[in-house]
Design a protein around this ligand. Structure first.
Ligand SMILES: Cc1ncc(C[n+]2csc(CCOP(=O)(O)OP(=O)(O)O)c2C)c(N)n1
Length: 372
């Protein structure tokens, strides 16, 4: 049996950090990544921040219906993209879609999901910001809070039964830990010792519900003890700390030692989504406190201190990223509309007669404006 009372050195109660306030890295925890990897991580962080800014404007201009920002929480999806192997699977929540961008999914195809156009691999069947990229081993979030956790654990169990070395990472927010799916998944994962890494992004809010109303546990990571798996609490605004925690948890899973719960302590700097107004429930001093811990600015301070970035390299990077994003948005907006007959694809191996009739009827009607 695991120890019932966590000791003070318990990693589920502490806060793992690499990036220190003075801009240096703690030599005791630094994963020691090579310079090209550090710069590639920085590029991805900046790309995601800029992508959010541009897409929120696109939404505000009425060009897409909805958008879920990642702002303030970029460190976890970007670190995950670097910590996982290409054959590992990702089951994201709303704020981890971009893991698949880090793993090489084409940007214009990714953004096309927000338009539900002919380039969208999900054929318009999800609301915006619910990306899917099976080519890079990532499935779509289902929009309900929680189901991706047992789905990730089930996929990990399948990998174990098939004797594959694949690890499955499942991501969710602090609010999701109040769902039965979290508890079912944690229990099953630990009992069957599946190769899963379960990542809770604790951004302190579930829309307007504060995290203190989600749990009376000292931390979210501490919940791991009850189920019999390790829990690790990490600074979620420290991309190197998240990288090292996820890398270690994935290695542990791959060795057959079972699942780990990782809590990434972070903040969402923006609204819950484009439909939310956080000024109705969140105090400005809280926003200001977290702005000082901005994950992108913190990593930049570290790289600048090592002379790996300067104002000039930043200017060139931002200009290249701006061009890349504008081009991808233009491709997505110019993409053809979906053919409406695709509505009937992919669900049944053989289309049942009544759906075949409905398809026929639909195709016989004049198309609605803007649809194929
Ligand atoms: C089962 C279910 N209940 C309620 C909702 C409405 N809802 C959408 S997002 C959200 C909050 C989720 O908070 P959290 O899990 O902390 O993730 P975050 O959005 O903060 O990343 C809620 C309640 C939903 N989508 N599904």
């Amino acid at each position: 049996m695991p120890e019932l009372v966590a000791s003070r050195t318990d990693p589920s109660l502490g806060l793992r950090q690499v990036l220190l306030d003075d801009g240096t890295a703690d030599p005791a925890t630094d994963p020691g990544l090579p310079e090209p990897t550090l710069l590639a991580m920085y590029r991805e962080l900046r790309r995601l921040r800029l992508l959010d800014e541009k897409m929120l404007l696109v939404q505000r201009q009425g060009r897409i219906g909805f958008y879920g920002e990642v702002k303030g929480q970029e460190a976890t999806p970007i670190a995950a993209g670097f910590a996982l192997r290409p054959d590992d699977w990702v089951f994201p929540g709303l704020r981890e879609g971009a893991v698949m961008l880090v793993r090489g999914f084409p940007l214009a195809t990714y953004l096309s999901q927000c338009w539900g156009n002919g380039l969208d691999v999900q054929k318009g069947r999800q609301m915006p910001s619910h990306y899917s990229g099976r080519a890079v081993h990532q499935v779509s979030w289902s929009s309900c809070i929680g189901p991706q956790i047992p789905q990730a654990v089930g996929a990990a169990w399948a990998a174990k039964l098939q004797k594959k070395s694949t690890v499955v990472a499942g991501f969710f927010g602090d609010g999701a830990t109040s769902q039965p799916d979290f508890h079912n998944a944690m229990n099953f994962a630990a009992v069957y010792k599946v190769p899963a890494v379960l990542v809770c992004q604790n951004n302190h809010w579930a829309i307007s519900v504060p995290s203190r109303l989600q749990t009376a546990s000292p931390t979210f990571a501490a919940k791991a003890h009850a189920y019999g798996m390790p829990g690790v609490r990490v600074d979620g605004n420290d991309v190197l700390a998240v990288y090292s925690a996820l890398h270690e948890a994935a290695a542990r899973a791959r060795e057959g030692l079972g699942p780990t719960l990782v809590e990434c302590v972070t903040d969402r700097m923006g609204a819950h989504s484009s439909s939310d107004d956080p000024t109705r429930y969140r105090a400005q001093d809280e926003v200001d406190r977290w702005a000082a811990r901005d994950p992108v600015a913190r990593f930049r301070r570290y790289l600048a201190q090592r002379a790996l970035v300067t104002d000039a390299t930043d200017e060139a990077l931002l200009s290249a990223l701006g061009a890349e994003l504008s081009e991808a948005i233009a491709v997505a907006e110019a993409a053809p509309a979906l053919q409406r007959g695709t509505l009937f694809d992919d669900v049944y191996h053989a289309l049942p007669w009544h759906l075949a009739e409905q398809r026929q009827e639909l195709l016989g009607r004049p198309p609605a404006r803007g649809h194929g």
